[in-house]
Design a protein around this ligand. Structure first.
Ligand code: ADP
Length: 626
């Protein structure tokens, strides 16, 4: 029998398969099972017009056999089979038009990626096998054929006496090598795992003989080894069943099993889209972050299926970073057709789907916020940081998606509020949305400036997380209202009368204020203030950088120590310390200097900044008490 050569492009493909990295090898099973499933589809379709060529629907199935002694694994289907011509055409060359393109257009590493993600059909069997034989009898032929190949050096086709319609593909497994354990494909556990992982939703039963134990005949408690045939796949994807038919428990079970969570999800989102790209989606918002969520190791992504076959476990392109906590599956029949064509096309498709998914997640979160406030707040406690980072990164590009999903604690009832709620409560005379920064709500509340703003009847947002102020800065304004840090020196809450009075006072006491500024050194200015209520002093900032931002930036790994807030020491003009300062300045300059140091140290501590030399500050306080 003459050995035939593969077409050149097939040779290249084979080469790629044979040399692919080991971790992708397991997908060969998925590829052969989906071929078998396709072949059954075709036979079932043919039987619509020629019933004598088909089978009763319940008889269609795919069988996996293993022979440990001979190191073979065999996939048997009762699908349409192949004629001699089809064998030549299908297995002698690479049928997919796109396969060769990506081979030529991509770097080696990309090839490997495509093998892992999308597979390349029948040839993937050469990743695990050094010899493959296909016996097949077509529903349209009376003669059966055997195709055989040991890889790149060609293949043979001959008649054989295979007598059931369908195909039987036998792979002789390669020898194990270092880090390459092919024998595992002979094990019950591996086969069960791979079918569950990749082919659970194939519409026909995938069966295999599995080792088990049965009671010994005539005995009550003695067992003997046996084998039993088991169906390994569940067949109907939950997202293909009608919505009314699937119970919450089933969604929850699917979620916890598939995504390894111990708690049911906070929200199940199921939708489909028909348009440029049709797809079905079943998404979940977890109740809590996975253990590795806030680490570099976390991989976002949705599992992609095409016609019931998993083609990619974590497609990261489908989820924006700020929704990276979402889990789920996307199923699109359109994928198979296009995925192996130019990457561009597939990119565009993914973008369309990603956009639709983003929109849906957003609207579901908004619904949750509106109708299930408590659940949303619980969700937000866990994932709010992610949304705020989303706002901050990409320079606010996504603010339309995110701004109404943000929550902040506020002085209004000390609860979470949305920006919308805040703005709706604003009085006409209130110009800005006020916020205070601190390590906790109580730290924000304790700021003198918070008191000052609140005493005007204005609500204050309490920003307690590092990213908070950055995210508001990126947002710049909400519904035309700008954001104002209560510690900013442009905080404009004094009445005209108060302003006039304090301006006069600051001019009168210019000598004292200059003296203090000189003494302290690192402040931009020292000023009297009329809006500090009971508090003696506070530190406000000039310009864009707040003290909170200075802290965050300098604490980041490799943080920028040169970013400094421009601070202003404000002294409450009606507080007794103001009087004491003025008196000391007239009579005892040293003492006035000590007062300045102590007041400045206090102001720093109040707004959560460190003092450079705490021992020295304490000594001064003790000295003054004495
Ligand atoms: P693809 O499935 O993407 O077309 P493959 O390389 O996996 O590419 O298979 C090539 C062709 O071989 C298939 O399109 C199909 O016509 C045929 N084929 C493969 N496996 C079987 C099978 N088990 N039964 C019938 N035909 C098959």
């Amino acid at each position: 029998m003459r050995k035939k050569q593969f077409k050149t492009e097939s040779k290249k493909m084979l080469d790629m398969m044979i040399n692919s990295i080991y971790t992708h090898k397991e997908i060969f099973l998925r590829e052969l099972i989906s071929n078998a499933s396709d072949a059954i589809d075709k036979r079932a379709y043919l039987a619509l017009t020629e019933p004598e060529k088909g089978l009763d629907r319940s008889k269609y199935r795919i069988k996996i056999e293993r022979d440990a002694e001979n190191r073979t694994i065999t996939i048997i289907d009762n699908g349409i089979g192949m004629t001699a011509e089809e064998l030549e055409k299908n297995l002698g060359t690479i049928a997919r038009s796109g396969s060769l393109d990506f081979k030529q257009n991509n770097e080696k590493t990309d090839d490997i990626d495509i093998i892992g993600q999308f597979g390349v059909g029948f040839y993937s069997a050469f990743m695990v096998a050094d010899k493959i034989s296909v016996e097949t009898l077509s529903a349209n032929s009376d003669t059966a054929y055997r195709w055989e190949s040991a890889g790149a050096d060609g293949y043979t086709v001959e008649e054989c006496d295979y007598d059931t319609i369908g195909s039987r593909i036998t792979m002789h497994l390669k020898d194990d090598a270092e880090n390459e354990n092919y024998s595992e494909f002979l094990e019950d556990y591996t086969i069960t795992r791979l079918v569950k992982k990749y082919s659970d939703y194939i519409r026909y039963p995938i069966v295999a003989d599995m080792k088990t134990q049965v009671k010994k005949e005539g005995s009550e408690d003695e067992y003997v080894d046996a084998v039993e045939e088991r169906t390994l796949n569940s067949m109907t994807p939950i997202w293909h069943r009608s919505k009314s038919e699937v119970t919450d428990e089933e969604y929850n079970a699917f979620y916890t099993e598939k995504f390894y969570d111990f708690e049911p999800p906070a929200k199940v989102i199921r939708f489909q889209s028909e348009g440029t790209v049709s797809f079905e989606a079943l998404l979940f918002i977890p109740k809590h972050p996975p253990f590795d969520y806030y680490t570099k190791g976390y991989e976002k992504g949705l599992t992609m299926y095409s016609g019931g076959v998993m083609i990619m476990e974590k497609c990261s392109d489908l989820l924006p970073d700020y929704f990276s906590f979402v889990k789920g599956v996307i199923d699109s029949e359109d994928f198979t057709l296009n995925i192996s064509r130019e990457t561009l096309q597939h990119d565009r498709q993914l973008k369309v789907i990603a956009k639709a998914i983003e929109k849906k997640i957003k609207s579901e979160l908004e619904k949750m916020l509106k109708n299930e406030r408590e659940a949303y707040e619980h969700f937000y406690e866990h994932f709010g940081v992610q949304l705020k980072y989303g706002m901050y990164s990409d320079y606010g590009t996504h603010k339309d998606v995110l701004q109404d999903l943000l929550l902040f604690k506020s002085s209004f009832e000390n609860k979470f509020v949305t920006l919308k709620e805040y703005v709706e409560r604003m009085s006409d005379e209130q110009k800005s949305i006020y916020y205070a920064c601190g390590t906790s709500v109580s730290a924000c509340e304790a700021l003198p400036q918070t008191g000052a703003v609140r005493s005007k009847g204005y609500e204050v947002l309490y920003l307690c997380e590092d990213v908070d102020e950055f995210s508001l800065k990126t947002l710049m304004n909400y519904k035309g209202k700008s954001f104002c840090n209560v510690c900013a020196d442009e905080l404009d809450i004094a009445t005209d009368e108060e302003k006039e009075k304090i301006k006069e006072k600051n001019e009168q006491k210019k000598d004292l204020l200059d003296f203090m500024k000189e003494r302290i050194g690192e402040v931009e200015a020292v000023r009297f203030s009329a809006t500090l209520g009971d508090h003696p002093v506070c530190l406000s900032t000039e310009g864009e950088i707040s003290t909170e931002m200075e802290k965050v930036l300098s604490q980041m790994p490799g943080g920028d120590q040169s970013v400094k807030a421009k601070t202003v020491l404000e002294i409450n003009e009606s507080h007794p310390v103001a009087k004491a300062l003025e008196t000391a300045f007239e009579s005892d300059r040293d003492k006035a200097g000590e007062y300045a140091d102590v007041l400045y140290g206090m102001a720093r501590l109040i707004c959560g900044l460190a003092v450079e030399n705490p021992a020295e500050l304490c000594e001064k306080v003790v000295g003054l008490i004495k």
